[in-house]
Design a protein around this ligand. Sequence first.
Ligand code: SF4
Length: 302
Amino acid sequence: MARRRARKGRRVAADLAPVLDRFQRGFDAAARLSADPVEFPRRYPDPGDAEVAGLVAASLAYGRADVFKEKVAAVLAACAPSPAAFALQLARNPDARPFAEFRYRFNTGEDVAALLAAAGWMRERHGSIGGRMAALLGEPAEGEGRMRTALTRLASEFREAPPALAILAGRGGRGLRHLCPDPGAGGAAKRWNLYLRWMVRGPDGVDLGIWKGVSPALLVVPLDTHVARVARRLGLTRRDDLSWRTAEEVTAALRLVDPDDPVRFDFALCHLGMSGGCPPRRSPELCAECLLRGVCEAGSPV
Ligand code: SF4
């Protein structure tokens, strides 16, 4: 049974690999950068600033991109010129007043201040968030898989960081839990996995590649509705929920194509969906032009 599954996997990978490679090569990533929150960490030449700006951008990357990007821009403007220095300052002197005006759906200025203070606290203790993540990935996992266990522990450390607790005292930690979700709870933890993709992969013109201590081979695809839809159509999963299990399943299929860098197709696949190139309601016209058509279960003529 296992051998049959492995044979099938190799066959799928052999079909998918050239098509995904061609698709990725033909994808104009530079043209989509301004529509993506990765543009925020990319603005900072200093890796510490990029790491903190990326955390803010990824944590707030929910809802409509044009709306949350304005919110991210406002937070980073308040942290100018150095998000890393600002986070350190908040860690030492917990204070939510710089974000008194901030509101975005499930989050308030206190949540954002707590997130930044936790980031500053972690960087002061461990040198960088990336350094902490690399250390957590080196610890024994508890049956949930290495990445999920490490991310669960990282999320918990953010939520329990003393300056974050000081800022949120008497308010409850619900908003910070939304910014730092627990992958152990079963959700896909898209925003954590997106943050990791930005920090770990590359540099390749999209992702920054500044966390050298974490292998891209360990990454899990940041599963959102766009990636999930395209992945289902490509037969990378049959599951239709946005769970960690589905994210793992999609990643496992992509790992057959590229074991060292399974999430390298994520930006192109996500933007194919986001840009309307692969809409929820299938379009024969778009399918006829799509470079994935040869391996897409939904791409056959209607
Ligand atoms: S062939 Fe059509 S359904 Fe399949 S990925 Fe391309 S646009 Fe989407």
